[in-house]
Write a protein that binds this ligand. Structure first.
Ligand code: RIB
Length: 312
């Protein structure tokens, strides 16, 4: 059987990660403990996770005309990700993300979109329409929503599945919702989405998940950090998936590991519960190591994640 084809129409960032005991207060300077430069951006992270699992991945993105662009292209090449539809924007910086990771592994992220914000609807439409094979498109909120809408519309019209990770939290355009099959928010994004539909939800209980899916008019799975994920199944019931127990070192990119794995599994023809189990396994493995893409499971840890997902 041939590998599933996943297109990621999304962001690339260079992550600049400082590890510290605590974040500084306004006007305060504190000493950090370690620093790491890495490849990030929610789109790129999801692309890498899907690729590590075996998908054929096409990245659709825009980079600036700086050294970060060259580094990012080399990273995609190393992973075997198709960059035919990654454009360069003259006079613009590539996306960057300064990140603080505290002692307990929690993170705070600032994204400076740079060339990501210069992606165009034509670029997305052309890429998605022109691919010889396509099973699924992944989108996020680090590029303009009109671009994701154009990509999803083109994907829908050729029968591919569309999966939106509404991160970082923002109001979803109705045009985008209309062409979205799956929405995968985290807890903060879930609360934001619920508020935007005027739903009075006080937690992520089963009725709240059913109510939000009804308001969105899409399928829905919610990531719950160390509590795993909740998926509204095709049977109309909410299924909760408890992840493998691990000690978190750095949670940056764990949500992207989940989304990339979930997308890969759906594109391979697996059902939503199998997809969420694989997502939880890959996300859990990722938090045990520092960094974003470089924390994603490979080799033995990927094998263990797959095994856990099929036997849990
Ligand atoms: O989800 C983690 C990612 O968010 C980081 O890689 C950073 O670049 C931001 O996009």
């Amino acid at each position: 059987m041939s590998a599933p084809v996943v297109a990621v129409v999304g962001s690339t960032m260079i992550d600049m990660i400082a590890y510290l005991q605590r974040t500084p207060a306004a006007g305060e300077t504190i000493a950090g403990e370690e620093f790491a430069l890495g490849f990030g951006g929610k789109g790129a992270n999801q692309a890498v996770m899907a690729r590590l699992l075996g998908a054929e991945v096409v990245m659709v993105n825009s980079l600036g005309d700086d050294v970060f662009a060259e580094m990012t292209l080399a990273n995609f090449a190393e992973h075997g990700i198709d960059t035919t539809h990654v454009t360069r924007v003259a006079g613009c910086s590539s996306g960057v993300a300064p990140i603080w990771v505290e002692a307990d592994g929690t993170n705070r992220i600032v994204v400076v979109a740079g060339a990501n914000a210069r992606m165009t609807e034509e670029q997305a439409r052309g890429a998605v329409t022109g691919l010889p094979r396509l099973d699924l498109v992944l989108g996020q909120f680090e590029i303009p929503q009109e671009v994701t809408t154009a990509a999803f519309r083109a994907a829908r019209s050729r029968g591919a599945v569309t999966v939106l990770n509404p991160a970082p939290a923002a109001r979803v355009a109705p045009e985008l919702l209309a062409v979205t099959d799956w929405i995968l928010p985290n807890e903060t994004e879930f609360a934001d989405l619920a508020r935007s539909f005027g739903l009075a939800v006080s937690g992520i209980d089963d009725p709240a998940i059913v109510a939000l899916a009804g308001a969105l008019g899409t399928r829905l799975a919610v990531t719950l950090g160390e509590r795993g994920a909740a998926v509204l199944g095709a049977d109309g019931h909410v299924h909760r998936i408890a992840p493998p127990e691990v000690t978190a070192r750095d949670t940056t990119g764990a949500g992207d590991a989940f989304v990339g794995a979930f997308g890969y599994a759906l594109a391979s023809g697996r059902d939503e519960l199998a997809a969420a189990r694989l997502g939880c396994a890959c996300a859990s493995a990722s938090v045990t190591r520092p960094g974003t893409q470089k924390s994603f499971p490979t080799g033995d840890s990927l094998h263990s994640a797959r095994t856990w997902a099929t036997t849990a």
